[in-house]
Ligand binder design. Structure first.
Ligand code: AMP
Length: 140
C-alpha cells in the first residue's frame, strides 16, 4: 500500500500549532515532546517531529536523523527522571499497525522491573501529568 496523505487537522498538528494544549516537556526547531494524556507507564512521553509526516515511512530521510536525536535525548531524560530500570520505545504505523493519531510519534515509556504497562485508554490525572512533565524537564 502507499501511505495516505498527511492530514494537517490531526490532533498533534493542532498541538504543534498551539491550537490544543499539552503538558510540554521539550521543544526546539526539530521536535516537540509532551506527556501522553493516557499514560501506560509513569512518565509516558510522546516525541513528535515538527516536519509533517504521518509515520516513519513518509518522514523525509534528512529530517529523520535530527528527530531521532531528540527522541534519544527525551528518552534519556525520562529514564533519569523516573529512575527507570529500562525503557520501552514504541512507534506505530497506520491503523493496522496500531496507530491512532496520524502524525509521526515515538512513545517513550520508563519501565520498572516487574511493573507491567497499564491498559490503554485510561485518562491520566492532570496534576500527575503536570508534575511528571516537570520531572522530565528538570532531567533534560
Ligand atoms: P498511537 O497513534 O497508537 O501511537 O496512539 C496515540 C497516542 O496519543 C495514545 O497513546 C494517546 O493516549 C495519545 N494522545 C491522544 N491525544 C492526545 C493528546 N491530546 N495529548 C497527549 N497525548 C494524546
Amino acid at each position: 500500500m502507499t501511505t495516505p496523505a498527511y492530514d494537517p487537522q490531526n490532533i498533534f498538528a493542532k498541538i504543534l500549532r498551539g491550537e490544543m494544549p499539552c503538558y510540554k516537556v521539550f521543544e526546539d526547531d526539530v521536535a516537540l515532546a509532551f506527556m501522553d494524556i493516557m499514560p501506560r507507564a509513569e512518565g509516558h512521553v510522546l516525541v513528535i517531529p515538527k516536519t509533517p509526516a504521518r509515520g516513519l515511512l513518509d518522514m523525509p530521510p534528512d529530517a529523520l536523523g535530527p528527530y531521532m536525536l531528540r527522541v534519544q535525548k527525551v528518552a534519556a531524560a525520562a529514564r533519569k527522571a523516573f529512575d527507570a530500570d529500562g525503557l520501552t520505545i514504541q512507534q506505530f504505523n497506520e491503523t493496522a499497525g496500531g496507530q491512532v493519531v496520524f502524525h509521526l510519534h515515538f512513545h517513550v515509556l520508563p519501565r520498572k522491573e516487574g511493573v507491567a504497562l497499564k491498559p490503554p485508554g485510561i485518562m491520566g490525572d492532570k496534576a500527575a501529568l503536570e508534575a511528571n512533565a516537570a520531572r522530565v524537564r528538570a532531567a533534560l
